[in-house]
Design a protein around this ligand. Structure first.
Ligand code: HEC
Length: 127
């Protein structure tokens, strides 16, 4: 019986660990994509703190932008810019670009939906 409990708790521990490593693996992959000049290249234009570079510093970005918005933005920034929803209007104000027809986030980012999810996980760690 004791042995049984031991095996069960060992199993539970392994499952917790597995979940933990899945979550952190995604954010870690996202960080690699963010930094890699040949993949996301985000680092060239974005600080992970508050500082503005070409684009805004991305600290706390998952608090100001909803996840679905981030997914769309990372798939096609210009399309989202054109849609001009409240989040874009807010971004335009922050960037002093209220009348600008083109976003400077280009060329179009070419990430798979999985890579986008990893990057968003990573953005969620920037608090
Ligand atoms: C060539 C520069 C450039 C690159 C590369 C770039 N961005 Fe951007 N990004 C911008 C600019 C500039 C803006 C703000 C819109 C504008 O001014 O046109 C922006 C806006 C954003 C926003 C909205 C921020 C907010 O405060 O609402 C997010 C999120 C973002 N970028 C994430 C990324 C990620 C993730 C990558 C990499 C996959 C990336 N960007 C690559 C320039 C860039």
């Amino acid at each position: 019986m004791k042995r049984y409990v031991c095996i069960l708790s060992g199993l539970a521990f392994a499952i917790v660990l597995m979940n933990y490593s899945f979550v952190s693996a995604d954010a870690a992959k996202g960080q690699a994509i963010f930094n890699d000049a040949k993949v996301g290249n985000c680092k060239t234009c974005h600080d992970t703190g508050d500082k503005k570079k070409v684009g805004p510093g991305l600290k706390g970005v998952t608090d100001r932008q909803p996840k679905e918005w981030l997914q769309k933005w990372l798939a096609d920034p210009q399309a989202v810019w054109d849609a001009n929803d409240e989040h874009v209007q807010d971004l335009k104000k922050r960037m002093n670009k209220v009348d600008k027809p083109k976003t400077a986030m280009k060329p179009a980012i070419k990430l798979t939906p999985e890579q986008v999810a990893d990057v968003i996980d990573f953005l969620g760690t920037l608090k």
